[in-house]
Design a protein around this ligand. Sequence first.
Ligand code: CLF
Ligand code: SF4
Length: 309
Amino acid sequence: MKNECSKNMAPVFSKELAEITAKHPCYSFDAHHKFARMHLPVAPKCNASCNYCNRKYDCVNESRPGVTSEVLTSEMSLAKFIRVKEEIPHLSVVGIAGPGDALANWQSVKRSIEFIKREAPDMIFCLSTNGLMLPHYSQEIIDLGIKHVTVTVNCLDPTIGAKIYHHINYQDKYYVGKVAAEILIRNQLEGIKLLADEGVLVKVNIVMIKGVNDGHITDVVKKVKSLGALMTNIMPLIPASGSVFHDFPQTSMKDVNAMRDLCQIDISQMRHCQQCRADAIGLLTEDQSYKYRNTTKPEVKKCKLRASV
Ligand code: CLF
Ligand code: SF4
């Protein structure tokens, strides 16, 4: 089936937002060979424990397991941004996709975005989250002008959720099993609606785990659509070594694509996801992050001064 990522966009949002989104390499298939994104690895902590995750790696909700990113302060992220923007003029998106959860590190995420926004107001800002803290931060996300948010929703049923999530840390309490899944799912769904009602373009990532949630994905898709999500990105489980699911079979792309075809009836499907690193830089298909891992002290010092103005 041909890619139809942007097919349903026009009736959903304004001309201005459509023009911006046409430059977003994840939301627009046509943009992904032309425009680059830069991830800021400013979010090391996580407030959940997904059974497909090994925290030595980046957040598996967006990333392929097997690589670990550096972690930057907000000042360092500004310094890195300035360098990358000079060298990659077709950079259109600055995103936060881990290595933990963006909203479990909200203050440093927010600060980094504020710094970069001052430097380059035309950048598109983008977040990826497990959604646990969305009801708490959705207003701040909206106020910051972020128009693109990805939420990973793997199920609607807490019984299935208890097989996918080991625990969450929420409002200074530790929850496990079905109770943890119930809180997480409730907050994910509430957060999607809060954002979508305010015109934020919500993409929902779903990790397809054979024998766990694969029979339930069409329900997830229908539900998030009813809440206002724009598209879904169904991703294969890639078992991370050291994770609870390390001996699960990797979900085949044949199965993932068949599920995408089924769900295409309800909502646009992203089909070009590269499951990027939390510090990915460049075109989706041409990661250049290895060139930019040595932000120097003088660069950071210069940015501290610049950020404090
Ligand atoms: Fe990054 Fe994610 Fe924003 Fe894209 S990635 S925060 S929406 S700018 Fe894109 Fe990479 Fe797939 Fe993510 S290809 S892992 S969907
Ligand atoms: Fe890992 Fe991401 Fe899940 Fe946190 S939200 S446990 S970083 S996969």
